[in-house]
Design a protein around this ligand. Structure first.
Ligand code: HEC
Length: 403
């Protein structure tokens, strides 16, 4: 659709906007959760007996602030009422723009892993879009039917996330599966704002403007969605950055890793919520830390433990010319000063493999990505064979010599 140069610029702008609006969204959302958790009974005569639920005192930037939370609606609406919604909408729009540019637009490279499933680019893109739309519809239905049982909803949520992670990592490339689960959760969060939280607030405000008593059950429905958004924040942020850590999605248990780290994130968030409410909890943080350490050990691939190459092993290593031939054929189409692979105008992450010095300098990363995790070549577009991976492995273990 676009030439590669324009696409890179669009990508930069979308990513910038995404991080900017995402930071604003999460910032306001954490701030309001903090306010709700930190509300304490009113501390002066004037407020007691009035429709005041509580107040929070804060000091920031050299000034003192006292924020009041109302029980239901205040007596009178002020002329200026601030709404918080564009942060959510723009985060979603910029996120979907990136997903479309990188993943849907370059589905062969980013969404398909021939070792996982033999699907067409159309099937891959439809799986991605379908899971995002379907994810929201199922979540919304679940809440509408089971809103009286929030604990059951959470349990079903974790099971559903596990099932989804398993299914997607067995259909798409693990990297695409991760980012789409992030997009599904992000869509649920943004749609909660668009379809429930904001409309319900609007109904309450409109009722007040007409002098009627607002239906506060509307507010309660929005509050449940807000609470979900709060717990989903840390998992979704982890998933977004996981793309920079191939050992997460590249693990052979990638779906379980995703669920594990997501649950740890939600535990951390829960500790913060309790802490802000003034409840001491002694086990959540240690348990989360223990879970992370166990995960780190469980994920460590056996071949990561590489013994220092011995003299005899070095002598027995494959010929450099054979190994270099594999690199030049399977990697340099992208990792070059002048890539030949369409859609890759510059070397990805600036990594080039044209010369022996460049290869030698990155031998550890090359081994990790092409042999241990098998996430390179991207989408195996250059059709590396298992024998060739084994050759790189033997070369690396014999000391990664480039002569
Ligand atoms: C179709 C294009 C393509 C091919 C072919 C390809 N790569 Fe990559 N490679 C990429 C992209 C894109 C990235 C950046 C991924 C990211 O953004 O995290 C990358 C990243 C890497 C990285 C991480 C660099 C860093 O700084 O973190 C390594 C290592 C790597 N590739 C090794 C290889 C090896 C070894 C081969 C050949 C066996 C290969 N690649 C073939 C596209 C390709």
């Amino acid at each position: 659709m676009f030439d590669a140069y324009t696409a890179t610029w669009l990508h930069l702008v979308a990513r910038w906007a995404h991080i900017l609006t995402g930071a604003a969204w999460i910032g306001t959302s954490f701030y309001f959760v903090f306010l709700n958790n930190s509300i304490r009974p009113p501390d002066n005569e004037q407020d007691s007996g009035a429709k005041v639920k509580g107040v929070v005192w804060m000091v920031h930037g050299g000034a003192f602030y006292r924020t009041t939370k109302y029980d239901g609606a205040p007596e009178k609406l002020p002329t200026t009422l601030h709404w918080f919604k564009w942060e959510a909408y723009l985060t979603w729009i910029s996120g979907i723009a990136m997903l479309a540019l990188i993943y849907w637009g370059q589905a062969r490279a980013y969404m398909i892993d021939p070792a996982v499933a033999d699907i067409s680019t159309t099937q891959a893109v439809l799986t991605g879009i379908g899971s995002i739309v379907g994810g929201w519809l199922v979540y919304d239905l679940l809440i509408k039917t089971l809103w009286k049982h929030p604990k059951l909803v959470s349990a079903i949520g974790i099971v559903a996330l596990t099932g989804l992670a398993y299914l997607l990592t067995h259909t798409l490339s693990a990297r695409a599966a991760y980012i789409h689960i992030g997009a599904i959760i992000g869509t649920i969060m943004a749609a909660n704002v668009l379809f429930v939280i904001i409309p319900n607030q609007r109904v309450m405000v409109d009722a007040m403007l007409q002098g009627k008593v607002p239906d506060t059950s509307k507010g309660a429905a929005g509050a449940l969605r807000s609470l979900h958004n709060n717990y989903l924040t840390l998992p979704v942020l982890f998933i977004m950055i996981s793309n920079h850590f191939p050992f997460t999605y590249g693990s052979s248990w990638s779906w379980a890793v995703l669920v594990g780290i997501s649950v740890v994130g939600a535990m951390g968030r829960h500790w913060f919520n309790l802490h802000e409410q003034g409840t001491k909890n002694r086990w959540l943080l240690p348990a989360a830390a223990l879970a992370l350490v166990s995960l780190a050990f469980a994920m460590k691939p056996a071949d990561r433990i590489v013994a220092a190459p011995s003299e005899s092993a070095a002598a027995a290593g494959p010929a450099w010319s054979d190994v270099n031939a594999v690199f030049q054929q399977r990697c340099v189409t992208c990792h070059s000063a002048t890539p030949t692979q369409p859609g890759f105008p510059v070397a990805p992450l600036g990594m080039m493999m044209n010369t022996p010095e460049q290869i030698s300098a990155r031998s550890e990363d090359i081994h990790e990505q092409a042999v241990v995790l098998k996430v390179m070549p991207l989408g195996n577009m250059t059709q590396i064979t298992d024998d060739e991976r084994a050759l790189i492995d033997a070369w690396y273990k014999a000391g990664a010599k480039t002569e």
